[in-house]
Ligand binder design. Structure first.
Ligand code: DCS
Length: 481
């Protein structure tokens, strides 16, 4: 046996947990192998992965325009062929040419500037300006391999020891708890209020900040995920203003996770970036530090595997910016396909462009289908005994609360597992549906939840609803107190 033992490795790695790909998913993979080897070996014929926000793995098709541009950039010799004009849309050809002209040597196989290709950052800044109606500076953009490395980079910058605290919502997307653990900081929780649709109360922020200070924690930043993961709420503008004021007064960096900015499904809510809100309040660079995270993985495009994203970093002193640049440069640069996609996401075809019709039809079909799926699943969950599910206003998830009977909680204890994990495991074994226990995201002690994505293709939703309903009825019949 090799000599390295668990007690010799970094304890921060041992402490770090990431439930979205945790034990329930490992079990699902085993069941899938069983099904392949022995069809009919389980009471279902396929595994339905509702555990991860990975739309294309469940059949969502990529946006044609985006892939045309990517293909042309990656194999520019196609641009010289006479038949290309018949095969690709005119604006995709034009955009690919423009992008290639912005890349030194027209080489997508070369390293770029550590913040990303300047021309692409110009496009992204223009896209942010068009979205927010406030100026954006291409030098504030750091292109990254998805939002995850950007979050890690900021944690690396902000956390020196366990005395450094980062305020995070509970429930939260476990990238935050995991990266705080990996960097050895302290997660300072603030609880979202389930009873008010996962409301974010400033009084709760104040209370938790004071508590952390009293333990000697230096709180450096506040994470806000808007639209929320796993909770699906979209913040009201007034609430965002209060959050901006809170960060400004307390001198906290506002880490604004805005990766679901395109995923809003309700007419009475709109996405507003925190930078726009703060600028509209008259605050400038000197008043507040904001980092906005964006990704190509989410929205209507769902290009998770391409690993593209950026952070827009505003309100930092030049000497801190240099340090961020240094950290970015240690990674050399993010991948070029992801960089190109980030520029396309922030600057898609416009009215009058050749691709506009197909682009907007594809986008609208995906977003309106997601909204219908969310509503159908939410209604189904709310019809179950002891289940209460807030509305999915945005993002890609439902996070229902399950009131588990004492008998089920005792059975979970006997099985040495958390009650919500117990429920999720039985659900998987009975139906093939993979969801993530609420404990992976954090929840008020004594309450139990699970997270289910709204991503399975629409024609699969009725089967999911009926399997889930049958399972839940059976579960309650077995465990009702
Ligand atoms: N921020 C939030 C709120 C996310 O939900 C995710 C991914 C990320 C950042 C990071 O994504 P990228 O690195 O791909 O840009 N969401 C995970 C989830 O909950 N399910 O799938 C992945």
């Amino acid at each position: 046996m090799a000599s390295l033992t668990l007690d010799a490795i970094n304890t921060k790695v041992l402490k770090c947990e990431y439930a979205v790909r945790g034990e329930i998913v490992t079990l699902a993979q085993q069941l899938q192998q069983d099904l392949q080897a022995n069809p009919g070996s389980h009471p279902f014929d396929e595994i339905l992965y509702c555990n991860i926000g990975n739309p294309q793995s469940l059949g969502q098709q990529p946006i044609t325009f985006f892939r045309e541009v990517l293909a042309l950039c990656d194999h520019p010799s196609i641009l010289a062929r006479s038949e290309t004009e018949g095969l690709f849309s005119i604006d995709a050809i034009k955009r690919a040419q423009q992008i290639l002209d912005q890349i030194p040597g027209k080489a997508t196989g070369a390293y770029s500037h550590s913040q990303g290709i300047k021309g692409l950052r110009d496009t992204i800044a223009a896209g942010i300006e068009a979205r927010d109606k406030f100026p954006a500076d291409p030098n504030d953009i750091f292109l990254t391999d998805g939002a995850s490395p950007a979050v890690h980079m900021m944690m690396q910058l902000l956390i020196g020891s366990e005395k450094d605290g980062i305020m995070c919502p509970i429930p939260q997307y476990p990238l935050y708890s995991a990266s705080i653990a990996l960097h050895g900081g302290t997660l300072v929780p603030y609880y979202l209020d389930e009873a008010t649709g996962w409301g974010l109360e400033i009084s709760e922020l104040r209370k938790q900040l004071q508590a952390a200070k009293s333990w000697g924690i230096n709180v450096r930043a506040l994470v806000v995920i808007n639209p929320g993961n796993p909770t699906g709420q979209v913040l009201a503008e007034g609430n965002q203003r209060e959050i901006v004021d809170f960060c400004k007064e307390e001198g906290l960096v506002l880490l604004a996770d805005e990766v679901y900015q395109e995923n809003v499904y309700v007419a009475d809510k709109k996405f507003h970036s925190f930078k726009k809100i703060s600028r509209s309040m008259g605050y400038g660079e000197e008043d507040i530090s904001i980092v906005s995270f964006q990704s190509v993985s989410k929205g209507y495009h769902g290009e998770c595997g391409k690993r593209g994203g950026y952070m827009e970093v505003t309100g930092f002193r030049p000497e801190i910016r240099e340090q961020i640049y240094k950290v970015a440069s240690v990674n050399l640069c993010s991948n070029i396909s992801g960089q190109i996609l980030a520029s396309l996401v922030m600057c898609p075809p416009k009215v009058g462009d050749d691709s506009y019709g197909s682009y907007s039809a594809e986008k609208d079909a995906i977003l309106s289908s997601l909204a219908r799926r969310a509503k159908t699943l939410e209604d189904a969950l709310n019809s179950l005994e002891g289940v209460k599910c807030n509305k999915t206003e945005g993002a890609m998830y439902l996070f229902p609360r399950i009131h588990l009977p004492q008998k089920a909680i005792k059975a979970a204890e006997a099985a040495k597992t958390a009650p919500d994990a117990f429920y999720c495991r039985l659900l998987l074994n009975a139906t093939g549906i993979v969801v993530v226990p609420g404990s992976g995201f954090g929840q008020v002690t004594g309450t139990w939840h699970f997270r289910c994505t709204i991503l399975p293709q629409e024609e699969k939703i009725p089967a999911i609803v009926s399997r889930l309903t049958d399972f839940h009825k059976g579960f309650m019949d077995q465990y009702r107190d």
